[in-house]
Design a protein around this ligand. Structure first.
Ligand SMILES: Nc1ncnc2c1ncn2[C@@H]1O[C@H](COP(=O)(O)OP(=O)(O)OP(=O)(O)O)[C@@H](O)[C@H]1O
Ligand SMILES: [Mg+2]
Length: 372
């Protein structure tokens, strides 16, 4: 597909300017990780010498009554990998699940005023990788830390709205009306999410018509940016849940954003298509939104017991370097359960590992691109 077919009408921007943000230092990104063979040796497979382990943390091996020493399951990650807790700044170096030392992640600062929102899109054209789950739960975790959060359901499937307990057939106004009707404002469409400090711009199947109708609009790629502009002064962070495609709606989301988070399932086929996504982000940055940054790549549905998950994680770090979040989201049925319950995991199962992971991610996101 040629560039013009992918983004017909790309050209100069007439959209309202976004407020300046402090630059985030980022290393150059690598090639598509799907090009990397999976048979290379991995850091996880390298033998770990006993003297390299933190002595006070190494559990003493007990010999059970039968005389056979207890051994860890062969498929488990080495015991030096502690996967959820961030190390204290002055403590021993702890290896995280991405195979890198886990940094200390401070609590987000306490805000005395709100506004100057950072707009972040959750983007990956592959379906079912955790975009919606991450939007809901990262938003809820940031709201717990006192951030004023707006979630934008920008997928005609309406999963974000349903996942927060809304009925798609009972919505008076949706993001579709905001995009297509000039007299409709953000405050007419916004609804409370059920989580204190977090609001929602809902969506349903109507949004699929917008993709067709926007083609005939002037500055069609900047439509979402234009309608969201008044909300920047109210919120600290606006998270846009994209649909699984790289069409006009996703280009609108990227054009309206300061940053992108790419959730990636820790599964080999998930790596395919990453190059196309990166090309799309680069094109939007060049032609429509020079401020657009990749805020991070998030490994989701990680299973640290399988070599496969750890191999995929290693490929992600090879290709995207420090862009990969130290936080990974493990695979657990609690996420599906919380969707059925229509609430974030941070309230549905507040003390679960999944809730803790998203709280840790919120600290990492705050340190990387909000509290700067
Ligand atoms: N860490 C996880 N562990 C287990 N299941 C998960 C996890 N994250 C998400 N899921 C489940 O996987 C399914 C897909 O997740 P989600 O809807 O967030 O993906 P998506 O990328 O938004 O999908 P789509 O592209 O269709 O919008 C959902 O049923 C969700 O509950
Ligand atoms: Mg989704």
């Amino acid at each position: 597909m040629s560039d013009n077919q992918m983004f017909p009408g790309f050209g100069g921007s007439s959209a309202p300017a976004m407020p300046p943000r402090a630059p985030v230092t980022s290393p150059p990104l690598g090639d598509d990780v799907s090009d990397v063979p999976l048979s290379d040796p991995l850091p996880f497979e390298k033998p770990i010498r006993r003297e390299d382990l933190p002595q006070e943390e190494t559990p003493r091996e007990e010999t059970p009554r039968g005389g056979v020493p207890a051994v860890a399951a062969s498929n488990e990650a080495p015991s030096v990998v502690r996967e959820s807790a961030a190390a204290p700044s002055d403590g021993p170096v702890v290896m995280g699940p991405t195979g890198r030392p886990m940094p200390h992640l401070p609590e987000p600062s306490v805000l005395t005023s709100h506004g100057n929102a950072r707009v972040i899109s959750m983007c990956n054209q592959k379906g079912g990788v955790g975009k919606t789950t991450t939007t809901i739960n990262l938003g809820a975790a940031l709201a717990e830390y006192g951030r004023k959060v707006l979630l934008v359901d920008f997928d005609p499937q309406g999963s974000l709205s349903v996942g927060l307990g809304l009925n798609p057939h009972e919505m008076d106004l949706t993001i579709y009306n905001l995009l297509m009707e000039r007299d409709v404002k953000v405050e007419d469409v916004v609804v409370p999410s059920g989580v204190p400090g977090m609001d929602l711009l809902p969506s349903n199947i109507d949004l699929s018509a917008a993709e067709v109708q926007l083609v005939h609009e002037v500055a069609r790629e900047q439509t979402l940016q234009r309608v969201l502009a008044p909300a920047l002064a109210t919120y600290d962070v606006i998270l846009i849940d994209c649909q699984p495609s790289l069409g006009l709606l996703t280009v609108n989301a990227l054009t309206a954003s300061h940053g992108v988070i790419v959730p990636l399932e820790c599964e080999y086929f998930a790596l395919r298509g990453v190059a196309l996504l990166k090309t799309t982000i680069d094109k939007v940055r060049e032609r429509l939104n020079p401020r657009l940054e990749i805020d991070g790549v998030l490994g989701t549905m990680f299973d640290g017991r399988t070599l496969h998950s750890r191999e995929v994680m290693d490929r992600l770090v090879q290709a995207w370097g420090d862009k990969v979040f130290h936080t990974v989201i493990r695979r657990t049925v609690k996420f599906s359960d919380s969707t059925v319950a229509g609430e974030p995991i941070t309230t549905y199962a507040s003390s679960s590992a999944g809730a803790d992971s998203y709280r840790q991610l919120s600290k990492e996101v705050a340190a990387r691109c909000l509290d700067v």
